[in-house]
Design a protein around this ligand. Structure first.
Ligand code: CO
Length: 209
């Protein structure tokens, strides 16, 4: 039987390090969580949510999937958003993509990848919405980078279109949806400046009266 002993060793060291710096940390944390942020990011092992923004357990609610998508029928992601907004009352939802995303890359080719194609098709839709802009570039790397960015912007819109977020705004709650992108090469985050804080900023088609 393989027990991954080394991971348990690492865990003990990690918990000890935190307790040494703050003896009540885990006791305090066990009583409640009160994060201000919901992070929706890619599952990529090189883009670990908490570490990138140097946050401790308890500071950020996290949902990750391939290519950081927010799909209208994905009950998993929508449940996390509902819990974050309605119960934890987070003030910020951050969609964080990353350059060099394997999910985006796979969506750009015309090969078959199996089951995952049904997920990647959502990215192909993003490509189609912005086809003129993307295809106006000649360089493949630039196209790839741009689709990584546009995919984040599209997911920010998808979050804003949910009744969860629109109802929060309607009740006067302060809630900002951000779109960021991370560069694995240098560990630096970039704000894509698509921060949305009210229904006036979203398309009329999706606005709920
Ligand atoms: Co990725």
């Amino acid at each position: 039987m393989k027990t991954l002993k080394d991971l348990f060793e690492k865990n003990k060291k990690w918990a000890r390090k935190i307790t040494e710096a703050d003896p009540d940390f885990f006791a305090r944390l066990s009583k409640q969580q009160n994060p201000e942020y919901l992070w929706i990011g890619c599952s990529d092992s090189r883009v670990p949510a908490n570490e990138i923004v140097d946050m401790l357990p308890g500071e950020m609610l996290v949902h990750r999937n391939i290519a950081n998508l927010v799909i209208h029928t994905d009950i998993n992601c929508l449940s996390v958003i509902q819990y974050a907004v309605e119960v934890l009352k987070v003030k910020h939802i951050i969609v964080c993509g990353h350059y060099g995303c394997g999910g985006i890359k796979a969506a750009m080719d015309n090969c078959e990848h199996g089951l995952i194609d049904n997920w990647l098709r959502n990215i192909k839709d993003v490509y189609r919405y912005h086809q003129t802009q993307i295809d106006s570039l000649n360089d493949e790397k630039e196209k790839f980078d741009l689709l990584c960015e546009l995919n984040v912007c599209e997911q920010v819109s998808n979050i804003c279109h949910t009744t969860i977020v629109q109802n929060a705004w309607k009740s006067g709650r302060e809630l900002a949806i951000h779109g960021w992108i991370y560069r694995i090469q240098d560990g630096i985050l970039k704000d894509l400046n698509v921060c949305t804080t009210s229904p006036e900023a979203i398309s009329e088609t999706h606005r709920i009266k």
